[in-house]
Design a protein around this ligand. Structure first.
Ligand code: ATP
Ligand code: MG
Length: 566
């Protein structure tokens, strides 16, 4: 917080040097405590207004002797102050981000001529030049923040506040869902809370459907925070707009009954769903060949049931007394199809962990996968809670299977729309926690997720990935992320991953490492016009009041009687 509030618009310094490629140097004319790293500043340099971010503060002296010597001890106070004013100073390093053409004031005689040549209001542009020497620098006020980040309301959704002045900072929700995005930060920095805030905003804005893979059962029903406070769930506030799907028959999520239970049919599993588990199940490189042979023998829909039904290692005695593989054994099938017996038996035994998943059944009564897709298509939001199934195997298997189906469906819908045969598909955001499990370097080439991150934008599907270890996410996926919101990160590799492909990353690196450990994030990437550290919006009662208004308490008997009988 500044020592004392600065009068609105009064300069805090002036430009003394710098380059377009690096940073600008600004001589500070107020005490250094009044400006901090990450401050959003405006530089007025007619006819342009530059917007930038303070990335460093440096103490300087016209001669090092003046800095070394404690002249205030040697000289009378007044004289020392005068000397300091002349010889000691503070410089700001400012990362210039945007520039906006200002034009003359509306009541100036030059205004009509200027407006003639500028029929549209000028838009902020990436910086292409530098401000003049001695251009005054001031701290941005609420109007500047709104100019760049949007006036709160409609698609402009408040996600935080500037750290010093507390001006609201918005994210454009329409832009946010146009490309995949990511929320990062070490454990406990507030990723899940910020995700709740963003999801609530998207549901309220109601232009996109959400599918949330809720590995830790956090988002649907009420939860308790680390500090013991109640954390309101999305289902609680949005009612039937949010449908909760529990994995497995009879699943209960934090003691609540979900709207549906997801039971997968054996026919839903494709060989590629198994290939994706290569690392998790430690599968051999012979696996694809064996799976191919299974598909060939039994068909796309039946290979899984047929393989599961085989008995591994079962033998029979021939009439001659010889021991041979039983006719329903894995080896028998392998011999018949010319597949390596050991490879097939090995795969069968490793798939034991999949075969015994209780949520995969030979013939589930209803195809819930189709229902989920239909709900999303109709504009509802689905939270898939994993309930008691918390292993990586469950997460990988179910998310991929569902995402593969979604990808196929949305591609089909988009193509139908493009040829004029169907309505425009509803945009969909797939939300994944612990994204590195699905999008690491090894998996990225195989999963439907990386396809979505790379190209599904054209098919109305994007991802919102949440992760504490961004460095473990495949770099090709990271570089595709439009909006990145990151809390504190300590690890160099994680910081580099979050900043990959962005301008000014050298200056931003330190800022990420110096965020508050909680409830402070840096907004970055294509989705925001310039990077800015903000204090996260708080997810509490007041948040809900601001978003959907105060809920009326249920009427009392007296009130009901009065309403009925006057
Ligand atoms: N925006 C917020 N509003 C209110 N409280 C918050 C907010 N952000 C963080 N907190 C507090 O910080 C704690 C940790 O936040 P959160 O659970 O979101 O961390 P996380 O980054 O998801 O951690 P993990 O990686 O371990 O899941 C919360 O329990 C809450 O008390
Ligand atoms: Mg979390």
């Amino acid at each position: 917080m500044p020592d004392e509030p600065l009068p609105n618009d009064s300069p805090v310094g002036y430009v003394v040097g710098g380059t377009l490629k690096d940073s600008l140097a600004v001589r500070l004319t107020v005490p250094p405590q009044q400006v901090q790293e990450g401050s959003f500043v405006v530089i007025e340099s007619d006819p342009w207004q530059f917007y930038g971010l303070v990335t460093d503060l440096q103490l300087g002296a016209t001669d090092p002797r003046f800095a070394d010597e404690q002249s205030e001890k040697r000289l009378p106070a007044g004289l020392a102050k005068l000397l300091h004013g002349q010889t000691l100073f503070t410089n700001l390093e400012v990362l210039p981000a945007l520039m906006l053409e200002r034009g003359p004031e509306i009541d100036s005689p030059d205004y009509p001529a200027w407006r003639e040549t500028h029929p549209q209001d000028p838009q902020p542009l990436p910086v292409k030049t530098v401000p003049q020497h001695h251009a005054p620098v001031r701290v941005a006020h609420a109007g500047d923040v709104a100019e760049i980040f949007g006036e709160p309301g409609g698609k402009n959704y408040i996600v935080g506040y500037t750290r010093e002045q507390g001006h609201p900072v918005c994210i454009d929700l329409e832009r946010f869902v146009q490309r995949s995005s990511g929320i990062f930060g070490a454990t406990g920095t507030g990723k899940s809370f910020l995700t709740r805030i963003l999801l609530a905003g998207l549901i309220h804005y109601d232009k996109t459907s959400l599918l949330v893979f809720d590995m830790h059962n956090e988002y649907a029903f009420d939860d308790t925070s680390e500090t013991g406070d109640k954390v309101t769930g999305l289902r609680t506030k949005f009612g039937s707009k949010v449908q909760v799907v529990g994995l497995g028959a009879g699943a209960s999520i934090r003691g609540n009954t979900p709207n549906f239970n997801l039971v997968l049919g054996e026919k839903d599993l494709r060989p590629e769903d198994i290939e994706m588990l290569t690392r998790e199940l430690n599968l051999k490189e012979t696996t694809p060949t064996t799976l191919d042979a299974l598909r060939h023998s039994f068909g796309e829909a039946n290979w899984y049931s047929a393989f599961k039904a085989m008995r591994n290692g079962a033998v029979e005695r021939t009439e001659e007394g010889k021991t041979v593989p039983a006719s329903d054994s894995v080896a028998f099938w392998a011999n018949q199809t010319g597949v390596n017996v050991a490879a097939a038996e090995g795969l069968h035994s490793k798939l034991g962990r999949v075969f015994n998943r209780p949520y995969i059944r030979p013939d589930p009564p209803k195809n819930i996968l189709d229902d989920i897709i239909q709900l999303l298509d109709e504009g509802k939001h689905v939270v898939l809670s994993f309930g008691e199934f918390e292993s990586d195997l469950d997460y990988l298997l179910v998310t991929n299977l569902l995402t593969r189906r979604i990808r196929e469906t949305w591609e089909k819908h988009t193509n139908a729309f493009r040829t004029g045969k169907a309505k425009e598909p509803r945009p969909l955001v797939v939300v994944v926690e612990e994204a590195h499990k699905l999008l690491n370097r090894e998996m990225a080439s195989q999963t439907a997720f990386s396809t979505i991150a790379r190209e599904m934008r054209k098919y109305y599907v994007t991802l919102l990935i949440i992760d504490q270890r961004p460095s473990q996410i495949y770099d090709e996926v990271m570089s595709q992320l439009g909006t990145r919101i990151s809390g504190w990160l300590g690890d160099e590799a994680d910081i580099a991953a979050v900043l990959s492909g962005l301008a000014g990353r050298d200056s931003l690196r330190g800022m990420l490492a110096r965020l508050q450990p909680k409830e402070e994030v840096l907004l970055l990437g294509w989705g925001v016009k310039m990077p800015l550290p903000v204090r996260s919006r708080r997810y509490d009662q007041r948040f809900w009041e601001e978003l959907i208004g105060k809920e009326k308490p249920s009427p009392t008997i007296d009130e009901l009687t009065r309403d009925l009988y006057g």
